[in-house]
Design a protein. Structure first.
Length: 118
Protein backbone atom coordinates (compact mmCIF):
# COMPACT_ATOMS: atom_id res chain seq x y z
CA UNK A 1 0.00 0.00 0.00
CA UNK A 2 1.21 3.49 -0.78
CA UNK A 3 2.28 5.43 2.29
CA UNK A 4 1.59 9.16 2.35
CA UNK A 5 3.40 11.82 4.38
CA UNK A 6 2.08 15.36 4.47
CA UNK A 7 4.20 18.29 5.57
CA UNK A 8 4.47 22.05 5.38
CA UNK A 9 1.68 23.13 7.68
CA UNK A 10 2.00 25.74 10.37
CA UNK A 11 0.65 28.93 11.84
CA UNK A 12 0.11 31.78 9.39
CA UNK A 13 -1.64 35.12 9.55
CA UNK A 14 -4.74 35.81 7.46
CA UNK A 15 -3.70 36.71 3.94
CA UNK A 16 -0.54 34.68 4.21
CA UNK A 17 0.68 31.69 2.23
CA UNK A 18 1.85 28.16 2.84
CA UNK A 19 3.03 25.35 0.60
CA UNK A 20 2.11 21.83 1.58
CA UNK A 21 3.89 18.73 0.33
CA UNK A 22 2.75 15.14 0.06
CA UNK A 23 5.37 12.45 -0.38
CA UNK A 24 4.22 9.03 -1.51
CA UNK A 25 6.11 5.80 -1.22
CA UNK A 26 6.16 3.12 -3.87
CA UNK A 27 6.38 3.25 -7.62
CA UNK A 28 2.73 3.65 -8.54
CA UNK A 29 2.27 7.31 -7.60
CA UNK A 30 2.23 8.47 -11.18
CA UNK A 31 -0.65 6.16 -12.04
CA UNK A 32 -3.22 7.75 -9.78
CA UNK A 33 -5.21 10.91 -9.69
CA UNK A 34 -4.32 12.54 -6.40
CA UNK A 35 -6.06 15.09 -4.24
CA UNK A 36 -5.86 17.29 -1.20
CA UNK A 37 -8.46 17.16 1.51
CA UNK A 38 -8.94 18.85 4.86
CA UNK A 39 -10.85 18.35 8.05
CA UNK A 40 -11.67 21.13 10.45
CA UNK A 41 -12.62 20.43 14.08
CA UNK A 42 -16.16 19.19 14.31
CA UNK A 43 -16.58 19.01 10.55
CA UNK A 44 -16.47 16.27 7.96
CA UNK A 45 -13.44 15.82 5.77
CA UNK A 46 -13.81 17.76 2.54
CA UNK A 47 -12.19 17.53 -0.83
CA UNK A 48 -10.24 20.61 -1.96
CA UNK A 49 -8.39 19.92 -5.20
CA UNK A 50 -7.44 17.05 -7.43
CA UNK A 51 -4.87 16.46 -10.14
CA UNK A 52 -4.80 13.68 -12.69
CA UNK A 53 -1.67 11.77 -13.55
CA UNK A 54 -1.16 14.03 -16.56
CA UNK A 55 -1.74 17.28 -14.69
CA UNK A 56 -5.37 18.22 -15.19
CA UNK A 57 -6.76 19.97 -12.14
CA UNK A 58 -10.07 20.72 -10.45
CA UNK A 59 -10.83 22.75 -7.35
CA UNK A 60 -13.58 23.11 -4.83
CA UNK A 61 -15.27 26.48 -4.95
CA UNK A 62 -14.01 27.29 -1.45
CA UNK A 63 -10.38 27.35 -2.61
CA UNK A 64 -10.61 28.13 -6.33
CA UNK A 65 -8.35 31.02 -7.24
CA UNK A 66 -6.43 30.81 -3.97
CA UNK A 67 -4.97 27.29 -3.92
CA UNK A 68 -2.91 25.58 -6.62
CA UNK A 69 -2.32 21.85 -6.78
CA UNK A 70 0.68 20.41 -8.59
CA UNK A 71 2.67 17.21 -8.73
CA UNK A 72 6.14 15.99 -9.60
CA UNK A 73 5.83 12.36 -10.62
CA UNK A 74 9.60 11.93 -10.75
CA UNK A 75 9.75 12.79 -7.06
CA UNK A 76 6.54 11.00 -6.06
CA UNK A 77 5.44 14.29 -4.55
CA UNK A 78 2.36 16.47 -4.74
CA UNK A 79 2.04 20.05 -3.59
CA UNK A 80 -0.60 22.52 -2.54
CA UNK A 81 0.28 26.19 -2.77
CA UNK A 82 -2.12 28.09 -0.56
CA UNK A 83 -2.41 31.86 -0.89
CA UNK A 84 -4.73 34.44 0.63
CA UNK A 85 -5.36 32.17 3.57
CA UNK A 86 -8.41 32.79 5.72
CA UNK A 87 -9.21 31.73 9.29
CA UNK A 88 -11.76 29.29 7.89
CA UNK A 89 -8.94 27.46 6.15
CA UNK A 90 -7.78 26.24 9.55
CA UNK A 91 -7.84 22.45 9.45
CA UNK A 92 -5.73 19.33 9.20
CA UNK A 93 -4.78 18.84 5.58
CA UNK A 94 -4.43 15.41 4.03
CA UNK A 95 -3.42 14.02 0.69
CA UNK A 96 -4.64 10.83 -0.87
CA UNK A 97 -5.68 9.30 -4.11
CA UNK A 98 -8.81 10.63 -5.70
CA UNK A 99 -11.72 8.49 -6.78
CA UNK A 100 -15.43 9.30 -6.51
CA UNK A 101 -15.71 7.07 -3.43
CA UNK A 102 -12.85 8.73 -1.57
CA UNK A 103 -15.02 9.02 1.55
CA UNK A 104 -14.72 5.25 1.94
CA UNK A 105 -10.94 5.22 2.10
CA UNK A 106 -9.56 3.38 5.11
CA UNK A 107 -6.03 4.74 4.87
CA UNK A 108 -5.10 8.33 5.57
CA UNK A 109 -1.74 9.77 6.50
CA UNK A 110 -1.14 11.77 9.64
CA UNK A 111 -2.00 15.04 7.93
CA UNK A 112 -0.46 18.44 8.52
CA UNK A 113 -2.05 21.13 10.67
CA UNK A 114 -2.72 24.54 9.12
CA UNK A 115 -3.78 27.30 11.47
CA UNK A 116 -4.72 30.72 10.12
CA UNK A 117 -4.89 33.24 12.90
CA UNK A 118 -3.68 36.69 13.80
Amino acid sequence: QVQLVESGGGLVQPGGSLRLSCEASGNTFNIYAMAWYRQAPGKEREWLARITNNGNTNYADSVKGRFTISRDNAKNTMYLQMNSLKPEDTAVYYCNRWTPDWRRYDYWGQGTQVTVSS
